[in-house]
Design a protein around this ligand. Structure first.
Ligand code: NDP
Length: 487
C-alpha cells in the first residue's frame, strides 16, 4: 500500500496517525500481510480522548430512544456487511468462517439488546427515614470509557462494552488488539455510517504498552473496560486506582470441566471437546482441566481421545468454514502450549493424542498445534495451575464430588466451570461450592447476554452483560429533597 492508511477514527474523521507510523496485520495461518494500518501516537490518543470528552454531554443528553435508534441503525448496516467483516475476522484470527459469522451475529444482537435496555433505565425513590424528606436515586453515565480488547473475540468483546456503555450515555475511545483489529474496526465503521455524532466513538490502533497505557492513565477517561491477560489487568487496576477510575476487568481463566459418574457421556464428551478446542482453545472460558469421576474415567478418556484425534484443523478457515479449529494466534502462544506439554511429560503425564504441530506444507507457515490430550496429570504441573490458552486438555480422576470440587477450585483463576451430572443435588452442590463467576450445569457455555459474566479470584473484577453489565457504566446519584406543607 503506497498511501498512508487512514484507520484511526477521531472526532468523526478517519485519519492517519500524526507521525505517519503504520503496522501490519498478519494472517496467523500462513504469515501473509492482510493489511497495513495506522499506529496511533500519544497525540492521537489524547485527541481521541478529548473528542470523546467533548461529545459526552451531547450523547448523554440525548434521549435513550434516540440513542437506541442510532444503535439499531448501526447494526442494520453491520448486518448488511456482516459476511465481509466475518471474512476479515477469519483472516486476521484464523478461526473457521462459521465461528466468525457466529461471533459477528452475536455481537450485533448484543448491541440491539442493550439499545432497548437503555430505554428501560430507571431509578428508585423512597420516603426518607429522618424527617420530611423524599429521595431519588438517579443513574447517570460515568463519562468517557477507554475500551481495550483482546484478539480472541475482537468483535464480541467490544460489543459487550459498547452495548451497555452507549445505551447508558457514555462515549468511547476504543483500542482494538494489534493482532486482530480489522473486523472490530469494521464493526465501529457501521456506527459511523449510521451517523453517530462525532466523538462518541473513537478508534486508536497500536501497541497496548503505549496507546493502551495512555488511555488508562490520562485523566479524561473515567472508566476502563478491559478484557485480556491477568498481568495487564493487574497493571491497569493499579493505574486506575491512582485516579479512582471505574474498572471492569475480564481476565484469564482455567475452567474445570467436572464429569460425575451419572453423567450422560453422549453429551459430556462432545461438549467438553467443543469447549476445549474451539477457537483453538483460546477462549477465557475454554476447558483447561477435566476432572472425571472414577466410575466413568476410562470410557471418558477413551471417547474424548478418539474424538479429539478426529478434529479437523484448517489452514484456510474461509475454504473450510465448518472446520473444528484453525491456527493459534502467534509464536508466543504456541510456545506456551509446548512448554506446558513438556513440563507435564517431564513430571509423568502421558499424551494420548496430539502433542505436536501438524505436519505438511499446508501448515508450514502458520502457528498450528494439534488437539492434545494429557492423562496422568497432577496439581503441580504448569498445565493445572496456569492458563494454557491453547488446544490442550489434561484429564484427572476423582472419587467423591467433594474431592472433584476441591480439585476444580485448586487454581488461582475463577471465571467459568462446567459440571455434568444427572443428579440435581450434585448439580446444586457443585454450583454452590465452585469458586467461579459462572457455572454451566450440563451445558458448556456460561454466556447469555441476559446474565452477568465475569471472574472471581485472578480472573477479574466486575461483570459484563446482564443488568450488572449495564450498571457498571453508570453512577448512582442520591438526590434528597426536603418537603414541607405548603404555606
Ligand atoms: P494482553 O493483556 O497483553 O492484551 C490484551 C489487550 O490489552 C490488547 O489490546 C493489548 O494491546 C492491550 N494491552 C497490552 N498491554 C497494555 C497496557 N500496558 N495498557 C493497556 N493496554 C494494554 O494479552 P495478550 O494478547 O498478550 O495475551 C496474553 C495472554 O493473555 C493469553 O495467552 C491469555 O492467557 C490471556 N488472554 C486472555 C483473554 C481473555 O479473554 N480473558 C484474551 C486474550 C488473552 P496489543 O495486543 O495491541 O499490544
Amino acid at each position: 500500500m503506497s498511501q498512508t492508511p487512514q484507520t484511526l477514527l477521531i472526532n468523526g474523521e478517519w485519519r492517519a496517525s500524526v507521525d505517519g507510523i503504520t503496522q501490519e496485520v498478519n494472517n496467523p495461518a500462513n504469515g501473509t500481510v492482510i493489511q497495513t494500518i495506522s499506529q496511533a501516537s500519544t497525540a492521537d490518543v489524547v485527541a481521541a480522548l478529548e473528542a470523546a470528552d467533548a461529545a459526552f454531554p451531547v450523547w448523554a443528553g440525548m434521549s435513550a430512544r434516540d440513542r437506541a435508534r442510532f444503535m439499531h441503525d448501526a447494526m442494520d448496516i453491520f448486518r448488511a456487511n456482516l459476511d465481509a467483516a466475518a471474512r476479515l475476522l477469519t483472516l486476521e484470527h484464523g478461526k473457521p468462517l462459521n465461528d466468525s459469522i457466529k461471533e459477528c451475529r452475536y455481537s450485533a444482537d448484543v448491541i440491539d439488546f442493550y439499545a432497548e435496555e437503555g430505554r428501560r433505565i430507571d431509578g428508585t425513590h423512597f420516603a426518607g427515614d429522618l424527617g420530611p424528606t423524599h429521595s431519588f436515586v438517579l443513574r447517570q453515565p460515568v463519562g468517557v470509557v477507554a475500551a481495550i480488547t483482546p484478539w480472541n473475540f475482537p468483535v464480541d468483546l467490544l460489543a459487550w462494552k459498547l452495548g451497555p456503555g452507549l445505551a447508558a450515555g457514555c462515549t468511547f475511545v476504543i483500542k482494538p488488539p494489534s493482532e486482530a483489529p480489522l473486523a472490530a474496526t469494521a464493526f465501529v465503521r457501521a456506527f459511523a455510517e449510521a451517523g453517530l455524532p462525532p466523538g462518541v466513538l473513537n478508534v486508536v490502533t497500536g501497541p497496548g504498552g503505549s496507546v493502551g497505557a495512555e488511555m488508562v492513565t490520562n485523566p479524561l477517561s473515567r472508566k476502563i473496560a478491559f478484557t485480556g491477560s491477568t498481568a495487564t489487568g493487574l497493571w491497569i487496576a493499579e493505574q486506575a486506582a491512582r485516579q479512582l477510575k471505574h474498572v471492569t476487568l475480564e481476565l484469564g481463566g482455567s475452567a474445570p470441566f467436572v464429569v460425575c459418574d451419572d453423567a450422560d457421556l453422549d453429551a459430556a464428551v462432545p461438549d467438553a471437546l467443543r469447549r476445549a478446542y474451539s477457537h483453538t482453545g483460546q477462549i477465557c472460558i475454554s476447558v483447561n482441566r477435566i476432572f472425571v469421576q472414577r466410575g466413568v474415567y476410562e470410557p471418558f478418556v477413551e471417547r474424548f481421545t478418539a474424538a479429539a484425534s478426529k478434529l479437523r484443523v484448517t489452514a484456510d478457515g474461509l475454504a473450510e468454514p465448518d472446520a473444528d479449529m484453525g491456527p493459534m494466534i502467534n509464536a508466543k502462544a504456541i510456545d506456551t502450549v509446548r512448554q506446558h506439554v513438556a513440563d507435564a511429560l517431564e513430571r509423568g503425564a502421558t499424551v494420548t493424542t496430539g502433542g505436536d504441530s501438524p505436519t505438511g506444507p499446508l501448515y508450514a507457515n502458520g502457528y498450528f498445534y494439534l488437539p492434545t490430550v494429557l492423562t496422568g496429570v497432577h496439581r503441580d504441573m504448569r498445565v493445572m495451575q496456569e492458563e494454557t490458552f491453547g488446544p490442550l486438555a489434561p484429564i484427572a480422576v476423582f472419587d467423591t464430588l467433594e474431592e472433584g470440587v476441591k480439585m476444580a477450585n485448586d487454581s488461582p483463576y475463577g471465571l467459568a466451570a462446567y459440571v455434568y451430572t444427572a443428579d440435581l443435588d450434585r448439580a446444586f452442590y457443585a454450583a454452590k461450592h465452585i469458586r467461579s463467576g459462572g457455572v454451566g450445569i450440563n451445558i458448556n457455555d456460561i454466556t447469555d447476554m441476559r446474565g452477568p459474566f465475569g471472574g472471581m479470584k485472578m480472573s477479574g473484577t466486575g461483570r459484563e452483560l446482564g443488568q450488572p453489565g449495564m450498571d457498571s457504566y453508570m453512577e448512582f446519584k442520591h438526590v434528597r429533597l426536603r418537603h414541607r406543607a405548603p404555606r
